[in-house]
Design a binder for this molecule. Structure first.
Ligand code: PMP
Length: 352
C-alpha cells in the first residue's frame, strides 16, 4: 500500500550552511521534515514540510506525562554511485519504535508508512548526506502525545515526525566508563527495553556525576544486585577475551541495539565466537589479564573502544591498540557494508 504524502518544499535550501569539513553532531538540521498526526484512531495529514518549530499547547500531554518515544538511525553515501544513498536495516528501527509504542500505550506506526515517509524525506534531502569518511545523515523518527489535557491517561492524539541532521563521528577517542552501583537506568518490568525519552532524562544526573569524576560514560549494571554489566547510556557493551567475545544477554532492562545484533552476526561471519550471557563485573576483574579489548556499539557512536573501567575507586585500564583486532575487523566490515564498499551477504543495506 502506498500512502499519500503531501510535500511542501522549502523556498530556498539552507544547505550552504552545511560545511562537510566541520560537521559536528546534532546542531544543523536538513531542509525538510516529515510530520503525521494521529487523531480519531488513525494516522492522518501525512506531510513533508520545511523543517521548523511546532506550535504546541502548554498542556501538551507528552511534556507532563512522558508519552514520548524515539529512534535513531543513519543514512550513508553509496560510494559506488554519487547519486545514491543507503540505509542500514531501517525496518529494525520501525519494529523497535513499535515495541516502544506498545509499552508506552501509544499507537504503532504501520511499518510501511514509517519506511515510505523515511524514503521520501531522504530522497528530498539526499544532498545533505555527507560524503566524508565517518560522516552520515542522522535520522530521528519520534512520536509524542499531543492531547491538550491535564490528567494521567493515554493521550488520544499523537504526532509522529522525522527530521535529519548531518553528523560526523560522535566520539573520537577510547572512553573511560564508570561501573555504576548506586543508580539504576532501568527496572525489571519497567521500560528499559524501550527508547522512551524518560530513560535518557533519568540517566543525565548520574552521568554528570561520573563525568565530574573524570569518566566519559556510565557502564550500567543490573538494577537488582548491581553485579552484572548491562550497557552504557546509548550503547551496548562487548568484552573480547582470548577465546570468546561476550555481550550481556538481552533482558527487559537493556535496549536491543541494532548495531549490537549486527556486530554479533558480523563477528560470527568473520569467524569469531560470540556468546550472549550474563557478564559480571567480578568476571571482568578476575579475567582482566585475558581481556583483549572492551568496546561499545550504537548507531550514533558506531563502535568505540573503551580505555578502561572504574570500579569502587580502582581503574582497570585495558586499552591496547595492538589487541583491537576483533573490534576493528567488524567495524570495518559494517562500515564498508553501509557505503557499499563490499557486497552485502545479509541483505541489510537498502539503496535509495
Ligand atoms: N542502548 C541504549 C540505551 C541506546 O539508547 C542505544 C542507541 N539507540 C543503544 C543501546 C544502541 O542501539 P542501536 O545500536 O540500535 O543504536
Amino acid at each position: 500500500m502506498k500512502f499519500e504524502i503531501k510535500v511542501e518544499k522549502v523556498k530556498e535550501s539552507r544547505i550552504s550552511q552545511f560545511d562537510p569539513k566541520n560537521i559536528g553532531f546534532g546542531k544543523l538540521f536538513t531542509d525538510h521534515m516529515f510530520v503525521a498526526d494521529y487523531k480519531n484512531g488513525e494516522w492522518a495529514d501525512l506531510r513533508i514540510v520545511p523543517y521548523g518549530p511546532f506550535d504546541l499547547s502548554p498542556a501538551t500531554s507528552a511534556i507532563h506525562y512522558g508519552q514520548s518515544i524515539f529512534e535513531g538511525m543513519k543514512a550513508f553515501a553509496n560510494l559506488n554511485n554519487d547519486h545514491e544513498i543507503t540505509l542500514f536495516r531501517p525496518e529494525e528501527n520501525a519494529k523497535r519504535l513499535n515495541r516502544s509504542a506498545v509499552r508506552m500505550a501509544m499507537p504503532e506506526i504501520p511499518e510501511a508508512l514509517f519506511l515510505q515517509a523515511l524514503n521520501e524525506l531522504l530522497q528530498l534531502d539526499r544532498a545533505w548526506v555527507p560524503r566524508t569518511e565517518g560522516g552520515a545523515l542522522y535520522v530521528r523518527p519520534y512520536t509524542f502525545a499531543t492531547d491538550d489535557f491535564i490528567g494521567v491517561k493515554p493521550s488520544d492524539n499523537y504526532r509522529f515526525a522525522i527530521f535529519c541532521c548531518p553528523v560526523g563521528p560522535y566520539y573520537n577517542k577510547a572512553l573511560r566508563v564508570k561501573v555504576e552501583e548506586d543508580f539504576s537506568r532501568a527496572a525489571p518490568g519497567g521500560v528499559g527495553f524501550t527508547k522512551c525519552a524518560g530513560n535518557y532524562g533519568a540517566a543525565l544526573y548520574p552521568t554528570a556525576l561520573a563525568q565530574k569524576e573524570g569518566y566519559d560514560q556510565i557502564l550500567w549494571t543490573d538494577p537488582i544486585e548491581h553485579k552484572f554489566v548491562e550497557e552504557t547510556g546509548t550503547t551496548n557493551f562487548f568484552a573480547v577475551f582470548e577465546n570468546e567475545i561476550v555481550t550481556p544477554s538481552l533482558t527487559h532492562t537493556l535496549l536491543a541495539g541494532i548495531t549490537r545484533e549486527s556486530v554479533i552476526i558480523g563477528l560470527k561471519h568473520l569467524g569469531y565466537t560470540v556468546t550472549e550471557r550474563p557478564l559480571s563485573v567480578q568476571e571482568l576483574i578476575d579475567r582482566s589479564s585475558e581481556i583483549k579489548e572492551l568496546f561499545i556499539t550504537g548507531t550514533a557512536a558506531t563502535l568505540i573502544n573503551l580505555d578502561g573501567f572504574g570500579f569502587r575507586g580502582t581503574y582497570y585500564n585495558v586499552y591496547d591498540e595492538s589487541r583491537n583486532q576483533a573490534s576493528q575487523s567488524v567495524k570495518k566490515f559494517l562500515d564498508d557494508l553501509k557505503v557499499c564498499r563490499v557486497s552485502d551477504p545479509f541483505n541489510w543495506v537498502e539503496i535509495l
